[in-house]
Design a protein. Structure first.
Length: 380
C-alpha cells in the first residue's frame, strides 16, 4: 500500500528531526489532559508514596523506551507511516482488533481533553466550560488540516513552551514550599504495594502514542535512528511528570483528590500571572495531544483514499474530518467528569492495548524483525 504523499521523508533530515522530534511527538500524545493537569499523576503515582512513585515512573519510562524503539524500527522496515498498515503487518487478519481499541482510545482521550479544556477555561477566565471545549476543537482542526508539517510545528513549539513553564514551576515551587517536599520524602516509610502495577498500567495505556505519532518518524534514515529516537522518547515524555510529581508531594494526601491538582498548587504559589501562563501551557498541551490523535486518524484515512483515488486527502477534507470526530467525542465531556473518565476508563483501556499491541509487538514483531525478507513475515 502506498504511503500518503504527506508522509514522505524530508530530503535532508536534521538530527533534531531524526532523534528528538519523535520523542516530542510521543510526549505530545502522552501528556494530554490528565497528565498536564496532574490528575493522572495523582491517580497512578501518588498512592504509592514519594519514592515508590518515582520508581513507578522509572518503570513506565523503561517500557516506553523499549516499545517505542521496536515500534519505530518495525515501521521503518515497512516503509509505512499509518497505524492501519502497521497493524496489518503485525497482526495479519486480526488487525481490526487494534482499530476498535484505537477508536475507543480516541473517544476517551478527546472527551478527557474537552473536559479539561472546559475546566481550565472556567477556572482561569470564569467563562462557561463549553467555551474552552469549543476553542480546543477549532484549534485542533486547524492544526491537523494542513498535514504533517503543520503538526510537527505544533509539537516543536508547544514543547518549548511546555518544558520552559515546567522548569519555572519547579523553581517557584521549591522556593515556596520546598521544605514541605523535603519533609514528605524524609517521612516516607519504605516500599508500598501497587507501585509496579501503577507504573505498568500507566505505561500500558499511554504507549499507544508510539503508533499514533508514526507519521513523524518519516525522517528516520536507519534502524539506528529508530532505536535512538525510541530510547529518547521515554525520558522526554516522563520528565515533566517527574518534576510535577515532586512538587505535588508537598501537599499529600489532600492533593490526591483534586480534579485539577495543577490549579491546587498554583493557588498556593500565589503568582496570578504564572497561574495564567501555566493554564495556557496546559491548554497548549491539550492542543498537541489532540492534534496527534486526530492526525493519526487523518493519515489512516488519507492512505486508503490515496490508494483508491491516487490523490492526497485535501486540506478541507482533513479539517472537516477532524471537526466531525472532535464534535462527537467531546460531547462526552458534558456528561462525565474528568476524574471519573480517567479512573474508570483508562485502566480497562490499558489492558486492551497491552493485549493487542505491546504483547504482539514484543513477540511476533521482534521475531519478524529478525527476518530481513518481509515475504517471510507471513502477513495477509
Amino acid at each position: 500500500m502506498p504511503v500518503s504523499s504527506q508522509a514522505e521523508p524530508a530530503q535532508h533530515p536534521s538530527a533534531f528531526q531524526r532523534f528528538v522530534l519523535p520523542g516530542l511527538a510521543f510526549k505530545a500524545v502522552v501528556i494530554g489532559g490528565g497528565y498536564a493537569t496532574g490528575r493522572e499523576i495523582a491517580e497512578f503515582f501518588l498512592p504509592a508514596g514519594p519514592w515508590d512513585g518515582i520508581a513507578a515512573m522509572a518503570v513506565a519510562t523503561a517500557v516506553w523506551c523499549v516499545v517505542c524503539a521496536v515500534t519505530f524500527v518495525f515501521a521503518r522496515r515497512l516503509r509505512e507511516r499509518d497505524y492501519r498498515s502497521f497493524f496489518r503487518a503485525l497482526l495479519g487478519r486480526a488487525w481490526p482488533l487494534f482499530e476498535i481499541a484505537y477508536l475507543l482510545f480516541v473517544v476517551l482521550i478527546l472527551a478527557v481533553f474537552g473536559a479539561a479544556a472546559g475546566a481550565i477555561a472556567s477556572a482561569t477566565l470564569g467563562v462557561p466550560p463549553i467555551v474552552g471545549t469549543l476553542c480546543l476543537m477549532v484549534a485542533i482542526a486547524i492544526a491537523t488540516a494542513f498535514g504533517n508539517r503543520s503538526v510537527e510545528r505544533v509539537f516543536t513549539w508547544v514543547s518549548i513552551l511546555l518544558y520552559g513553564v515546567y522548569a519555572a514551576f519547579v523553581v517557584f515551587a521549591l522556593s515556596s514550599f520546598g521544605g514541605r517536599i523535603s519533609e514528605t520524602f524524609a517521612a516516607s516509610d519504605g516500599w508500598h504495594d501497587g507501585w509496579l502495577a501503577g507504573g505498568l498500567t500507566y505505561a500500558g495505556y499511554n504507549i499507544i502514542g508510539a503508533v499514533v505519532i508514526l507519521p513523524v518518524t518519516r525522517h528516520l534514515t536507519s534502524d539506528r535512528d529508530a532505536v535512538i529516537a525510541g530510547i529518547a522518547a521515554g525520558p522526554l515524555a516522563m520528565l515533566p511528570a517527574l518534576l510535577f510529581f515532586i512538587c505535588m508531594c508537598a501537599f499529600v494526601p489532600a492533593i490526591a483528590g483534586e480534579a485539577l491538582p495543577s490549579d491546587y498548587l498554583l493557588a498556593r504559589l500565589d503568582q496570578p500571572w504564572f497561574r495564567f501562563l501555566f493554564q495556557t501551557m496546559i491548554f497548549a498541551a491539550l492542543l498537541e495531544s489532540g492534534t496527534g490523535a486526530v492526525h493519526a486518524v487523518n493519515e489512516r484515512i488519507s492512505t486508503v483514499w490515496q490508494a483508491r483515488t491516487r490523490a492526497p486527502l485535501s486540506t478541507r477534507a482533513r479539517g472537516l474530518i477532524a471537526l466531525g470526530l472532535l464534535a462527537v467525542c467531546m460531547l462526552i465531556a458534558d456528561r462525565v467528569g474528568l476524574v471519573s473518565l480517567i479512573a474508570n476508563g483508562y485502566r480497562a483501556l490499558a489492558y486492551v492495548l497491552i493485549a493487542v499491541y505491546v504483547v504482539p509487538l514484543l513477540t511476533i514483531g521482534v521475531w519478524r524483525l529478525t527476518k530481513s525478507d518481509q515475504s517471510q513475515w507471513g502477513t495477509t
